[in-house]
Design a protein. Structure first.
Length: 476
């Protein structure tokens, strides 16, 4: 049996981060050396209390450089090197200091607001508004923007935000810093600024290593598994940004098939014969993985998939249909609490009666919940009995459960925003442990009809209207 990616490639993500840090430090050592700047004092990796004042002075030097651009860059390099050399605990202290000591000046902000309210004419109002804009720019955001001018500085900010995101939930004082970082990074991203590159078996070892490490939907089990995903009837694409030319942002995996595919194990089967792509008429997007955690929540533009569709359409004229085979990652996260507390409101009278009989429980919901915790999918009789129940619960979740106007499920939201139609829900489309725990084995085809992508997108983002096939609507 093939080993999992975590077993076969232990610490891969950690190793990639370590290599990146070493590369950045090497580059920045050259920069700081060329600037002939020596900053006295050293910061211990754990950042003890006696080092905090020195670090604060380092940050202030970035704001108050008097030696011109070269000196300013050198100060920024030294600050970045300090951060990269810190332990995890030290980085937390660094981020808290940057967030709390270099926030906006609220006294100045109050005075600016008061000055606008008391302004006498348009010229005066315009001046006060400019002063207000300056007051709203925090010193920490000025420090962060200075990294943009450094080699690898943008990647440094992305990784800093990756460190920051888990901390924000526990420490409200970091929210302003996270807002500043997200604002800086968002300004550089749009799908039109990204380069689309096909990844092949002949791509560099560094890229293939990252393809393995960052695969978040269906883990790469072995090198044979990876080779299968790069075979003649498969395609893998990566998006790159010119600010991070060696770091992929997103990987998109595509299977070329004849007709819609509803089972991911069939796609990932290394023993299946390679299809003659001249017979293929459908492109199935079966995995889309974000390779940079620090860019979570930052939009790359609404038509990411459309870019890949356009390329496939030009290169493979016989491909007429474009669809995903997608997980429903939060289905059971939504469903299990309802079932465990005995909520039968989603079932018909007939379903309640059948579920009680099948599970030998006096409550249909709790009975189904207990069943889903067991190895139910291998029993054909039980699986067929609960199939219609789970299929209509999934349809309800995808269509009716909303976050305000928009779909509650993150994968559904992504594809609907990109202009897809909810085409089909597939029974036992992913019987892996992960697939069963997330969505009771169910998967979804989101269909990209080139004639309706734009209108589907507009209807969804403005009205929350979900384009849905008659087949899926029938499940309700």
């Amino acid at each position: 049996m093939a080993k999992s990616a975590e077993t076969k490639y232990p610490g891969t993500l950690t190793n990639l981060r370590r290599k990146a840090v070493v590369g950045v430090l090497r580059t920045w050592r050259e920069l700081s050396g060329s600037a002939r700047l020596a900053i006295t004092g050293e910061v211990h990796p754990t950042l003890p209390k006696e080092n905090i004042d020195h670090l604060r002075k380092q940050m202030n030097r970035c704001l108050n450089s008097k030696g011109g651009e070269i000196t300013a860059r050198a100060h920024t390099v030294e600050l970045g090197k300090t951060y990269l050399n810190l332990t995890e605990a030290g980085r937390v202290k660094f981020l808290i200091l940057l967030a709390t000591n270099f926030d906006i000046d609220r006294n100045r902000l109050s005075k600016c607001i008061e000055a606008i309210q008391n302004a006498s004419d348009k010229k005066d109002i315009s001046k006060q508004e400019n002063d207000l804009r300056d007051a709203l720019t925090s010193p920490r955001s000025t420090i962060l923007r200075q990294f943009n001018s450094l080699p690898e500085g943008f990647k440094f900010l992305v990784d800093m935000r990756m460190d920051l995101l888990p901390l924000v939930r526990k420490n409200a004082s970091l929210k302003g810093l996270e807002y500043d970082l997200k604002n800086i990074l968002s300004g550089w991203f749009d799908v039109g600024l990204l380069d689309l590159v096909e990844i092949t078996w002949d791509s560099s070892a560094a890229i293939l290593e990252k393809l393995i490490a960052y695969e978040a939907v269906h883990k790469v089990r072995s090198w044979d598994d990876l080779k299968n995903r790069l075979d003649a009837d498969r395609r893998v694409y990566a998006f790159f940004h010119n600010k991070m030319p060696h770091e992929p942002l997103i990987f998109v995996h595509v299977a070329l098939t004849r007709g819609l595919t509803g089972n991911v194990q069939e796609i990932l089967d290394e023993t299946s014969p390679v299809m003659d792509i001249r017979e293929a008429d459908t492109a199935i997007f079966y995995s889309i993985s974000n390779a940079q955690k620090g860019l979570a929540g930052i939009s790359f533009g609404n038509f990411l998939i459309k870019r890949v569709v356009g390329r496939l359409s030009r290169e493979l004229k016989q491909i007429k249909h474009f669809s995903t085979l997608s997980p429903i990652p939060n289905l059971r996260q939504w469903l299990d609490p309802l079932l465990s507390k005995g909520d039968e409101s989603f079932f018909t009278v007939k379903e309640i009666k059948e579920l009680k009989l099948l599970t030998k429980s006096d409550n249909a919901a709790r009975g189904l919940h207990q069943l889903l915790e067991a190895d139910w999918h291998t029993n054909h009789k039980i699986a067929e009995k609960i199939k219609p129940v789970l299929m209509h619960l999934a349809a309800h979740y995808l269509i009716n459960e909303k976050n305000k106007l928009l779909a509650l499920d993150p994968v559904a939201h992504f594809h609907l925003t990109n202009g897809a139609r909810l085409k089909r829900i597939n029974w036992l489309g992913d019987t892996s442990h992960k697939g069963l725990k997330q969505a009771a084995g169910l998967m979804v085809n989101y269909y990209y009809d080139l004639d309706y992508i734009d209108s589907n997108h507009e209807d969804y983002v403005t009205e929350g209207k979900i384009a849905t096939s008659r087949t899926v609507r029938g499940l309700l």
